[in-house]
Design a protein around this ligand. Structure first.
Ligand code: IVH
Length: 687
């Protein structure tokens, strides 16, 4: 038996560790460990506290529900606390919960409702006199953040309910980002060089807790309502199942996978089914929630700590596994990035066989100390690309372990012994200063060329149906299309000659190609695949340069006058238009009739028409490009320097000399909050 002091020290260490992970997860939206690892820490702490109740303190992480609310949003006091759920990790745990419940309920019959435990963000929605009035996060269970404006942008949240709804009531549910939306968001962030979200839950949390509802509105968030919080002035159904049916009739989105169950066997069956099939769900689920159906029993059973006795979460098995990292290979990305990835000894994780995993960049591999031959811990989150967390501890101590990873050592060499690109075999490898990635700078590199065609035709760019990954690869390999412009010179006859291509499909593709000629300039710019120019920067550039020719002629300085454009992006743009091949592509796009000018001039009666803005200091709730794009959409312009012509100087934290200058010139200065009001007065999409 260890000394009480030793136990106490261990408990304290666990608490500190859990608190750190809580903050990483809830506040910073960037967890360092998997949910399974977190659950294990929590379980250990709970068990120790149960065995040593004298050591429980009110500030122990077991004694609270979530993270404290962030002040910036304004606080909502929950009328009734938002609880958390106890966890079951095995059939035995489930059975133990059932046995405890039977003991308390006695002879009276009851049944269950099984639901998916969606991995998103818990929220509470209040309706008064038929209107959606307040939306709040769970926060610490008692006080949450007021995120009403953001939630108003979620289209599946009804802004009003029918007349026969209760006068005042609150529903609770989970806001989440569907997997497709999550992937799209991360692709965009990758294009723009922003850090990626680790999983859909973090992406949803990051989206909902934006100070600017405009950003939330752009994210395809969805919601499932899973319970009634409280209600005033109306009798409610006696069961949870009927309550959900009733809420559905009021316009709330209820998960169609919910099921009413009579026995524990049926619950286990439901659980097993979804363990198998969860990968196919459009959202991330980390378990099932089993709820007792009879509401009168909820009140009677009550809570223990912050967990109700009438419900339990039966968690899905952790999607982790270990396997051997056979080797680290390099693939070439669209913009020439040399992307390291792991070739793994095939292993089944959560029902899916994994053979490879992304490894991001050299720094990341070194930081995690991942080496060839190591036994590594692998983690999958839904259908997200599997990730390597790191080597197992024992693997690190293995004698004869291979050397620290070096990307250059991995590249093939030519006869002179110089490193070359694995795709084009040219000595074109560069690593721009301050960047983590190595690139192949050869514009004619076939690996890049093929991916560039695919990118040009992709959804966010020219959106050409029928030209996806495999079609662009085939077209390129057959020599029919060497670059984006070639697409517009394809003929139906040429296409129809390809294997397995009917006349009808060929006609459809040609049709889709022709339709794409009308896409706005912003999409063409994005579609060109200029390094560091994502969808958003594409919009900023189109708003500042009314034609591609203007953009092509812009100098580094011209570009850097736009505050969304820093030296890295400016250099990349100038470099792109400095290459004859690219200018040729643009000329041929033009000849084919693609729209390379912005024809529509901004109407004069937009809310910010003719107003000039200058931004200074650090803004909390939006990025520069976002703010500038919004100003332009509303008819205004964003400038870099304060002059007599400036109408507003918007300042954030640590403003620079621009603010002083504005005050000297007597120009109106406004804080970020006021600016948000100004740009948001005019409709929130979906709101
Ligand atoms: S019922 C008092 N049902 O899981 C019971 N919760 O740790 C409250 N969750 O914070 C929750 N899907 O955000 C319930 N179908 C579902 C759920 C669900 C996800 C989340 C919820 C809660 C957490 C419990």
């Amino acid at each position: 038996m260890p000394e009480v002091n030793e136990i106490k020290a261990h408990i304290e260490k666990l608490r500190a560790e859990i608190n750190r992970h809580n903050r990483l997860y809830h506040v910073l939206d960037s967890p360092e460990i998997s949910d399974a690892e977190y659950d294990a820490l929590m379980r250990e702490l709970k068990q120790l506290e149960e065995q040593n109740p004298q050591l429980v303190t009110p500030d122990s992480p077991t004694q609270r529900v979530g993270a404290a609310p962030v002040e910036a949003f304004g606080v909502v006091e929950h009328t009734r606390p938002l609880l958390s759920l106890g966890n079951a990790f095995s059939d035995d745990d489930l059975l133990a919960w059932y046995t405890r419940t039977i003991k308390l309920v006695g002879e009276r019959p009851f049944d269950f409702v099984c639901e998916h435990k969606i991995d998103g963000l818990a929220i509470a929605l209040t309706y008064i006199d038929g209107q959606f009035t307040t939306g709040a996060t769970r926060g610490d269970g008692l006080r949450g953040e007021n995120i009403t404006q953001n939630l108003r942008t979620v289209r599946s949240i009804p802004l009003s309910v029918p007349k026969d709804a209760p006068r005042r009531f609150e529903v609770r549910g989970e806001v989440y980002l569907p997997k497709t939306g999550f992937h799209k968001l991360n692709r965009e962030r990758e294009d723009e060089g922003l850090p990626l979200f680790a999983n859909p839950r973090n992406a949803a949390a990051g989206s909902v807790r934006q100070l600017d509802p405009r950003i939330t509105a752009k994210r395809p968030l969805d919601i499932y309502i899973y319970m009634l919080g409280w209600v005033e002035g109306k009798a409610t159904p006696p069961t949870h199942w009927e309550t959900m049916e009733w809420l559905k009739s009021l316009g709330f989105r209820i998960n169609p996978n919910n099921r009413q169950m009579k026995t524990i066997e049926q619950i286990k069956e439901y659980y097993r089914t979804w363990v198998e099939q969860r990968a196919g769900l459009p959202y991330e689920a980390d378990g099932i929630v089993v709820k007792i159906n009879q509401i009168n029993l909820h009140e009677e059973l009550g809570d223990i700590g912050h967990e109700p006795r009438w419900a339990i979460a039966y968690k899905f098995p952790a999607m982790q596994g270990t396997t051997i990292l056979k080797s680290i290979e390099i693939s070439v990305g669209r913009t020439g990035t040399l992307n390291p990835f792991a070739a793994l000894e095939p292993v089944k994780v959560g029902g899916v066989t994994i053979k490879s995993a992304a490894l991001h960049n050299e720094d990341d591999i070194r930081r995690k100390d991942i080496r060839e031959g190591d036994t590594v811990i692998l983690q999958r989150a839904g259908d997200v690309i599997p990730e390597i967390i790191g080597p197992t501890p024992s693997s690190k101590e293995r004698p004869g372990r291979s050397a620290e990873f070096s990307l250059l050592d991995k590249l093939p060499k030519n006869e002179q012994g110089e490193v070359v690109c694995p795709a084009c075999r040219q000595t074109s490898i560069i690593k721009p200063e301050g960047e983590v990635m190595y690139y192949c700078a050869n514009a004619a590199c076939p690996a890049q060329a093929q991916l560039r065609i695919e990118h040009f035709a992709s959804r966010g760019a020219m959106d050409i149906r029928g030209i996806g990954e495999s079609m662009s690869a085939t077209l390129y390999q057959k020599g029919l299309v060497k670059n984006a412009a070639d697409l517009y010179y394809l003929t139906q006859e040429k296409l129809a000659e390809m294997e397995r291509m009917g006349e009808k499909s060929a006609a459809n593709i040609i049709n889709a190609i022709n339709t794409s000629k009308d896409r706005p300039l912003a999409r063409v710019i994005y579609g060109l695949g200029i390094r560091h120019v994502g969808e958003e920067i594409g919009q900023v550039l189109a708003a500042n340069f009314p034609s591609i020719d203007n953009l092509a002629k812009a100098s580094r300085d011209d570009l850097m006058k736009i505050s969304a454009i820093g030296p890295k992006i400016a250099d990349s743009i100038v470099g792109f238009f400095g290459q004859t091949e690219n200018l040729e592509i643009i000329q041929r796009l033009k000849d084919a009739g693609a729209k390379l000018e912005e024809t529509a001039t901004a109407p004069k009666d937009l809310p910010l028409s003719g107003k000039e803005f200058v931004l200074t200091g650090k803004m909390e709730s939006f990025s520069r490009p976002e703010a500038e794009a919004r100003i332009k959409e509303l008819g205004g312009s964003a400038k870099d320097n304060v002059t007599h012509k400036t109408d507003y100087v918007v300042y954030g934290a640590d403003p620079g000399s621009k603010l002083t200058r504005a005050r000297e010139l007597g120009i109106k200065t406004i804080e970020e909050k006021e600016f948000l009001k100004l740009i948001n007065q005019n409709k929130i999409p979906g709101g």
